[in-house]
Design a binder for this molecule. Structure first.
Ligand code: NAD
Length: 443
């Protein structure tokens, strides 16, 4: 099938590459010419495990191409996927300007039947807006070309995106046009050979499903984070509580990890957008409001632990920070907890040396030449001379360090583990003063 992928970011590039992998003829469009240049010269503008091999294979086979030429992209695909960003607007609503600009381009230039697929996470009612823009542009030209608008929200996780796309838990298609549904079924058939994973529904339900999924996951995290704070006060251990409740199949084991707050490009913005959507309908989402407030507070917990130990004035204090990305296996730092922690420490006069396996380039772009902030090439080098080590992202490579060497590097043997990656007893046996999130105190 001929597919145009509009927006070549985390979602668009993965979707485009994986669709090409199944034999489709995919043309990826981006308005960011630098991104297209990198891709055309064989590079990958983001860090996503396994993506480089899929892209290289399909580029070589001639099934995956890149362009910044809008007319070429509109002419190419019967399926026009919109996978552009939907960042939060000032009031928390999803900013639809990129989605609607993409739709306008399609309407302006299309000459034959198109299925316009909303892959971006968009509020309920967006498909109607996309339809209206397409109709308006066609109307201007007096050109009655047939089209359908489909909602196909994406559930991939950054860091495991290729695997998630190739082996999806479910594929949600919101559509009311039979011809479009047939095309979408055919497109996704190779991704679900053994189990039917495709769930069709009306467009509005599909749009809401994506927000409901992210809101539920964010809720589980904030719930556990609040309980972790309570556990700290009561001398209980949230990790034991997690095991105790996760064994109940009605609760399940996923997304019950307490930590220093969730970040990323999706949960914070999607929770905000859903709250805003509901408010527009006159409904207050009480639970989600609390989820958001709890998470904003949770991102400050590591900084508060530092202040409790070292006092309000951190001048002359130096901290090691392990992990900049909002989660492991990505270089994405959008809404990352590390940004809040670094700001908190630097604003109190401390200096920080950070290490991350892949996100240092992105951190340099975000922080520029921020005084007091430096970067190291290895986790141990980051720890050199630090008054405490703060673990902010749970990268695998942080889990089993040489604790003897680590202790020798640190000025004070203090570990503040924002992701509960260490066993407190084991670490304390090396003489560390260890504090996790919601872990039982020493002794
Ligand atoms: P991104 O910022 O990485 O990529 C978006 C790309 O779209 C950018 O490269 C940008 O230059 C391009 N773009 C903007 N306007 C354009 C236009 N008119 N024409 C062509 N290209 C244009 O964003 P992302 O993380 O891939 O997210 C895209 C959408 O998918 C968002 O709605 C997001 O909420 C949703 N989503 C993201 C994830 C994730 O893990 N990142 C997962 C599921 C859903």
């Amino acid at each position: 099938m001929k597919v145009s992928m509009i927006g070549t970011g985390y979602v668009g590039l993965v979707t485009g590459a994986c669709l090409a992998e199944m034999g489709n003829d995919v043309l990826c469009l981006d308005v960011d010419e630098n991104k297209i240049r990198i891709l055309e010269s064989g590079g990958i503008p983001i860090h996503e495990p396994g993506l480089d091999a899929v892209v290289a294979r399909n580029v070589k086979a001639g099934r995956l191409r890149f362009t910044s030429d809008i007319a070429r992209s509109v002419a190419h695909g019967t399926l026009q996927f919109i996978a552009v960003g939907t960042p939060p607007d000032e009031d928390g609503s999803a900013d639809l300007q990129y989605v609607l600009a993409a739709a306008r381009n399609i309407g302006r230039l299309m000459t034959d039947y198109k299925v316009v697929v909303d892959k971006s996470t968009v509020p309920v009612g967006t498909a109607d807006k996309v339809r209206a823009v397409l109709a308006e542009e066609l109307g201007k030209r007096g050109n009655p070309v047939d089209f359908a608008v489909v909602s196909n929200p994406e559930f991939l996780k950054e860091g495991a995106a290729v695997d998630d796309f190739m082996r999806p838990d479910r594929i949600v298609i919101g559509a009311d046009d039979e011809r479009a549904i047939l095309l979408m079924r055919a497109l996704y058939a190779p991704f679900q050979r053994n189990h039917e994973r495709l769930i069709t529904m009306d467009v509005r339900s599909a749009e809401l499903t994506k927000y409901a999924a992210n809101a539920m996951l964010a809720t589980r995290i904030s719930f556990m984070n609040e309980l972790a704070l309570l556990a700290e006060r009561m001398g209980a251990d949230i990790e034991r509580v997690r095991l105790g409740i996760g064994s109940d199949p009605r609760i399940g084991t996923h997304f019950l990890y307490a930590g220093a707050g969730y970040g990323g490009s999706c949960f914070p913005k999607d929770v905000k957008a859903l709250i805003h959507t509901a408010a527009g309908e006159g409904q207050q989402l009480e639970v989600l409001g609390a989820v958001e407030r709890a998470n904003d507070a949770q991102k400050r917990v590591l900084g508060q632990k530092v202040l409790r130990r070292f006092g309000d004035d951190l001048a002359g204090k130096h901290f090691a920070l392990w992990g900049l990305a909002f989660k492991p296996n990505t270089d994405d730092m959008r809404e990352a907890t590390s940004r809040v922690v670094i700001d908190d420490l630097l604003s109190r006069g401390a200096t920080v040396c950070a290490y991350d396996p892949v996100a240092i380039t992105e951190a340099k772009r975000i922080f520029g030449d921020r005084p007091g902030l430096s970067y190291a090439d290895t986790p141990l080098a980051a720890a050199d001379g630090a008054d405490a080590l703060l673990v902010v992202t749970e990268w695998m490579e942080f889990r089993s360090p040489d604790f003897t060497e680590l202790k020798a590097k640190l000025r004070q043997p203090v570990i503040l583990d924002g992701r509960n990656i260490f066993d407190p007893e084991f670490v304390r046996a090396f003489g560390f003063d260890y504090e996790g999130i919601g872990r039982a105190p020493a002794g």
